[in-house]
Design a protein around this ligand. Structure first.
Ligand SMILES: Nc1ncnc2c1ncn2[C@@H]1O[C@H](COP(=O)(O)OP(=O)(O)OP(=O)(O)O)[C@@H](O)[C@H]1O
Length: 462
């Protein structure tokens, strides 16, 4: 008997449930007819695999589409009569949401085989958010005897994200500093929060500090605090951000931007667990875990003499790499759907989702601004779209013009990127902030792109 439950959902004729039960006698099925019953059943008992049964020409494809989007983390296997697939909307539903399909009448041996594979697939994905998939019997995390960051904290089910979730679980159980590397907008802060939330410090504070955004003149007093009279204007004692992370985690974003003199103070804190407020004569003990992040390889900064080597080794005990979005294209659809739901309040009421072409273009795009760029494009499209489905142009993703004969694809992409930057900069009056926002990337990324294409940054301040 296979005891892992499979949701068996009949759309249309309820008799399909009996036929499925006959074919799958050794399985634990949760039979439901219709979407309301399915939602109720999943609330009571989450399932990682669903069998979707439908007959010839069922109605309600919009509601089913919404239901399947809501339960995107499940692995779905469809069973239908072949004529149903002559209806384009049903063909699209199966194509978009189902991992495999069978046709009536059922072949029990083949179906058992498929469902076994579907369960294996579900275990790899980590299972339902808040359900018993992540770390559940049969899942890789369970086999490895480790905790795993819950799926809800990081959307995606690509192999890279499944691996990252498992690494977060392991790192969270330790107490050493963590160093997170990843391109701008790839999700470093989200990963840092996941480490904190999965750790024994979850009940304590998570204090983020962007070392790159703080003026050098303020950063020492902000981080370490000060005593009354330490400098003009210091009318009373003030705790710094490190002290306010007591019992929790201190997230130092863009650690590579920390001025040299403060790197020494941070090193002392990591070695001794104490800090000295500005103007103080005594040090105070602080119990906070340091999680640092950088979008530049710190080792190169060490070689340039811009980052202390001893601090680098002290921080680089547990390292996590957040892969850029272009290296986990399998996550793009799930992320786009996630943000579509997240910002549902902003969307035009008639908007139902993404066209298949838009999804294709999202998957093909190179995402220099990573997940942040995806958020910006989806939010803008949700406001600007005029049809029922978001199209490629709504997302600012037009089909790339065919490259001239013989031109490699890389050249065409590069030319299109350069043209887009050029046009946006001139539209924005050479304002880097406005242009970066319009392109859906950070200012930092825009500067990097300009350097990559040998373009000169505009001279006016922005
Ligand atoms: N896997 C994910 N699932 C859901 N949201 C994500 C995911 N990855 C990133 N995000 C979202 O994308 C945005 C950018 O992520 P985040 O701020 O963590 O990136 P970052 O690498 O720290 O960026 P920067 O280097 O610019 O500081 C945030 O709104 C974050 O919530």
């Amino acid at each position: 008997m296979n005891t892992i439950p499979i949701l068996c959902l009949a759309i249309g004729d309820r008799g399909q449930l009996d036929a499925a039960a006959d074919a799958l006698s050794g399985w634990t099925l949760c039979p439901v007819a219709g979407l309301s019953e399915a939602r109720r059943a999943l609330r009571l008992r989450p399932a990682a695999v669903g069998l979707l049964l439908f007959d010839d020409a069922p109605g309600g494809e919009d509601a089913l589409d919404a239901f399947l989007r809501e339960h995107w983390y499940m692995v779905w296997v469809a069973v239908f009569h072949p004529p149903a697939l002559r209806v384009p909307v049903w063909r699209r539903l199966v194509q978009e949401h189902c991992w495999d399909f069978h046709t009536w009448p059922l072949d029990p041996v083949r179906l058992c085989h498929t469902l076994g594979h579907a369960q294996g697939m579900a275990a790899l994905r980590g299972g339902p958010p808040g359900g018993d998939g992540a770390g559940a019997p049969g899942s890789p995390e369970h086999a490895a005897g480790t905790r795993c960051a819950p799926e809800g904290t990081l959307t995606g089910h690509s192999a890279a994200i499944v691996r990252l979730r498992s690494q977060i679980g392991k790192v969270a159980g330790a107490s050493a500093p963590v160093l997170i590397w990843g391109e701008s907008g790839s999700g470093k802060e989200l990963v840092a929060k996941a480490v904190h939330l999965c750790s024994a410090r979850a009940a304590g504070p998570f204090v983020p500090v962007n070392c790159g955004a703080m003026p050098a003149s303020l950063i020492q007093s902000e981080l370490f605090g000060y005593e009354r009279g330490a400098f003009t204007g210091a009318a009373r004692d003030k705790r710094g951000l490190i002290e306010s992370a007591e019992g929790g985690s201190l997230f130092l974003d863009e650690i590579g931007d920390l001025p040299m003199e403060l790197q020494a103070n941070l090193l002392r804190f990591l070695q001794e667990g104490t800090i000295c407020r500005v103007g103080a004569t005594r040090s105070v003990a602080v119990n906070a875990r340091v999680i640092a992040a950088s979008h530049v390889q710190l080792q190169q900064a060490v070689q340039r003499g811009a980052f202390r080597e001893d601090l680098y080794y002290r921080l680089n005990v547990l390292a996590l790499d957040v892969p850029p979005l272009r290296e986990r294209r399998d996550d793009v659809a799930a992320l786009a759907e996630h943000f579509f739901q997240l910002y549902a309040a902003e969307r035009a009421p008639r908007l139902r989702g993404f066209s298949a072409r838009a999804m294709h273009l999202l998957r093909e795009h190179d995402w220099p601004g990573n997940v942040r760029e995806l958020i910006n494009r989806v939010r803008r499209a949700m406001v600007m779209a005029e049809g029922r489905l978001i199209s490629g142009p709504d997302l600012g993703l037009a089909d790339a013009a065919a490259p001239p004969d013989g031109a490699p694809l890389g050249d065409a992409r590069s030319r299109a990127e350069r043209d887009a930057i050029d046009a946006t900069l001139s539209r924005s009056g050479c304002n880097m902030t406005v242009a970066a926002r319009e392109l859906g990337v950070s200012r930092m990324t825009l500067y990097r792109l300009l350097a990559k294409h040998g373009m000169t940054p505009p001279s006016r301040a922005s």
